[in-house]
Design a protein around this ligand. Sequence first.
Ligand code: SF4
Length: 94
Amino acid sequence: MLCQTVKAELDCAFMSKKGCGFFGGSCHAVIAQCEDCSKIMNYESGKYCVVYPDPSSKWLNGKCPTATHIKLELNETTQKINPLKASKRSSKKG
Ligand code: SF4
């Protein structure tokens, strides 16, 4: 149903005839850590994330996993691909 609170006219699963079912009765505005993220959308009511209804919850345990303005620090050892294993993996496919 189309949002009738802060993200006017956006189709949203939280919206019902009884109003917004999200806690607090509407989406929550972005927080300072979100600044410069491309997932921010400007609505008449303010700036909101197009992905998450409560951006602050995404920053509680570290960095938001969907943020486009920061690089997530991945463990280098897990990132290195063993060429031999990669070759075996690709030969198994198909
Ligand atoms: S994706 Fe994450 S960082 Fe970007 S606006 Fe949404 S909550 Fe904020």
